[in-house]
Design a protein around this ligand. Structure first.
Ligand code: ACO
Length: 457
């Protein structure tokens, strides 16, 4: 059992500010605590260690003056702060492992469909056949959006960025389902989850068609999730759109690969906004907004532009020399978490061949393949543990599917919706969570006297 968090052992500490972890974590015997000595006061504290973490609020008892606020941790960009307990996604970046609810991503991509993975993420277990059939049926019959959403979309400028349209239209869904803010009611939550999964591809395809100046295509409920999306994107005068099964499967796998990635920037945005108890459409709109940023959803576009700029295999050595000289980065390489081959990149690579078989091979594939090979042979990249990430190849597939680069993050958003919802649901059901409210270190002035405008220099 963990020691009582309120237990504070105050004793005289050593003068050098000793910070010592007691044995007990990772199977060692003894208590799982950290002994900290505050050199300002000489007092020592015993802080519980649970699941390899300290509770930041346990630091608050450490203070010089009883009236002061107490010690805080400072962690810009949350580099070393766990904000929740989660049972959804496990990543071991050093080993290149990604698992959802315990199932390796490789097995899910091989045997599962995107909607089954969405069920797994959201409900915590793989569905039975009957549960899966019901789930898919429910999602399929909710793919249509209210006609006013279509009118609303039509109001955007002809060249509006589709991510901007998606942020707005997902958020706007809350106005069509005012009950959605009853987030404490399980039944209400369940129907919004279905609606979000069902309508996201419809909104995304409408945004694309708007950019193309083409009429919006309504969902076809005879088609499966990815095939229906392709239909809404590309159907023209044919009476029935029949997606190529290789393209539909490749797209479905891409959705699986993007489904969840634990506490990334957009998921943290969804959780943070969701912690205010707002409806899930508004929380997911915040996730889409975060994904709109080039550092998050835009790297595959940069990777594709880079490949286009390199243009031929002959230009690779000079390009790599430039990267090593620090002139630019090899886009689609490196990851904050993965210090090994991103398992998602390996899976995408396999589906490239299927897509190119249908669409014709992109000359950039040879450039990408050779670039990867040379980089993985190069000490600069290996010593820094830089390997291909999911974005190295996904842009090539999206381009082969006929998508403009502005749609790349939209594709990411469709897949990530299941993860955002699963994380939102986990947050709402977690009794330990409260409204997210970080602290700050105030660095500004204080107690100034107001200066009348005519006296300001
Ligand atoms: N090309 C060349 N050098 C690189 C690259 C790269 N792509 N990535 C990292 N490095 C080098 C850095 O220059 C640094 O070298 P140094 O130690 O000599 O200074 C070292 O590797 C460590 O790099 P950091 O920037 O500290 O690594 P960090 O974890 O902060 O960055 C990131 C991760 C942002 C993904 C980085 O690798 C990068 O910019 N990659 C290219 C962009 C990209 O592909 N982003 C997609 C990420 S996946 C996703 O978001 C779904």
């Amino acid at each position: 059992m963990s020691p009582d968090r309120s237990t504070v052992e105050q004793q005289q500490g050593t003068s050098d500010g000793e910070l010592r972890q007691s044995a007990g974590e990772n199977g060692a015997s003894g208590p799982s605590t950290l002994s900290v000595t505050d050199n300002r006061t000489g007092k020592s504290y015993e802080l519980p260690i649970e699941d390899g973490t300290l509770r930041a609020t346990d630091l608050r008892q450490i203070k010089v003056d009883p009236d002061e606020f107490g010690l805080m941790s400072y962690d810009p960009a949350y580099m070393n702060t766990a904000s929740c307990r989660s049972a959804i996604t496990y990543i071991d970046g050093d080993a290149g492992i990604l698992q959802h609810r315990g199932y390796p991503i490789e097995q899910l991509c091989e045997h599962s469909s995107y909607l089954e993975v969405a069920y797994l993420l959201i409900n915590g277990k793989l569905p039975t056949q009957a549960e899966l059939t019901d789930w898919v049926d429910e999602i399929t019959i909710h793919t249509f959006v209210h006609e006013n959403v279509k009118d609303f979309m039509q109001g955007f400028r002809y060249d509006a960025n589709p991510m901007g349209m998606l942020v707005a239209s997902v958020g706007a869904l809350s106005t069509f389902y005012p009950d959605a803010n009853k987030i404490k009611e399980e039944r209400v939550r369940a129907i919004q989850i279905i609606r979000l999964l069902a309508k996201m591809p419809t909104l995304a395809a409408f945004a694309f068609r708007h950019n193309m100046g083409q009429p919006y295509v309504y969902p076809d409920n005879d088609l499966e999730y990815a095939g229906n999306f392709l239909g809404m994107m590309y159907k023209m005068t044919e009476l029935k759109y029949r997606p190529d099964p290789r393209l539909a499967r490749a797209l479905d796998v891409l959705f699986i690969l993007h489904a969840d990635h634990e506490q990334n920037a957009s998921t943290s945005a969804v959780r943070s906004v969701g912690s205010t108890q707002v409806d899930p459409y508004s929380a997911v709109a915040a996730g889409v907004a975060a994904l709109y940023g080039p550092l998050h959803g835009g790297a595959n576009e940069q990777a594709l532009r880079m490949l286009k700029r390199i243009e031929t295999v002959e230009n690779i050595p000079a390009f790599l020399e430039g990267v090593k000289a620090g002139n630019e980065r090899l886009m689609g390489f490196g990851h904050r978490v993965y210090k090994n081959y991103d398992p998602r990149a390996r899976i995408i690579r396999k589906y490239l061949d299927d897509v190119f078989e249908v669409r014709g091979k992109s000359p950039l594939l040879d450039v990408a393949t050779e670039l990867e090979k040379r980089a993985l042979d190069d000490e600069y990249f290996t010593s820094r543990k830089l390997y291909p990430n999911v974005d190295f190849y996904s842009g090539l597939i999206y381009e082969a599917l006929g998508l403009p680069v502005a749609m790349f993050p939209v594709m990411f958003a469709i897949g990530r919706t299941s993860g955002w919802i699963a994380q939102w649901k986990e947050l709402v059901e977690d009794p330990e969570q409260k409204i997210a409210r970080p602290r700050q270190i105030y660095t500004g002035d204080r107690d100034l006297d107001y200066v009348p405008i005519e006296q300001r220099g």
